[in-house]
Structures are given as C-alpha cells and as structure tokens.
Write a protein that binds this ligand. Structure first.
Ligand SMILES: [Zn+2]
Length: 101
C-alpha cells in the first residue's frame, strides 16, 4: 500500500503531492515547494523510496509552516524525523470498531 496522500492540510493550508521530476535537480528524489504548497516526488522510484521521500518532504513542509527554519535546514534531522513518521505510518494499528448488532 502506498502511504502517500494526494492532498493534505497543514496550518489551514492545502498541500498537494505531485509525481513529477520536471522541477527536481538530477540528484533530488523529491522537493518541498513553498511557492505552490506542493511536494514533488520523482516518479519511477521504488515505492518505499517514494514513501520515505514523501515523509522527508512532509517534515520540511511542517517546519516551514510552523517557522522552524533552523530544523528545516538540517537535512539529517529532517530525514530522521521523516523516517520515524514513515515507520509509524507503516506500523500503526487502530482498534477495530465493533459491529452494530
Ligand atoms: Zn530535505
């Protein structure tokens, strides 16, 4: 299952996820664009790489939204936090709803 949304909101702003590499540098797997509130993901990558890239870029979007400029510039920490969110999303289990009788 691909854990990448089409659209989400942060701080009241709608963000889009776009699979397009036209705006990416050759060495980038993704990018967080604050001009158009979009996360760009390079198409054609393995799904797990696209998912990890999405959560990395999501952390950039969160840092931008809440004004954490220093953290936003720290790629190692952004990647570590994104990796933890990705693991959470892969493993989270919610209680099953009981069926009405
Ligand atoms: Zn980054």
């Amino acid at each position: 299952m691909k854990h990448i949304p089409d659209v989400f909101m942060l701080g009241g702003t709608v963000w889009k996820v776009i699979f397009d590499d036209a705006l990416l540098n050759v060495d980038e797997m993704g990018s967080c664009c604050t001009r158009d509130n979009s996360i760009y993901i390079r198409p054609g990558l393995p799904v797990a790489v696209q998912e990890h890239t999405f959560y990395h870029e999501l952390v950039h979007a969160i840092c931008y939204t809440i004004g954490y400029k220093k953290l936003n510039a720290d790629e190692d920490r952004v990647d570590a936090i994104g990796g933890m969110i990705y693991q959470f999303m892969q493993t989270v289990q919610y209680p099953r709803k009981k069926r009405a009788k």
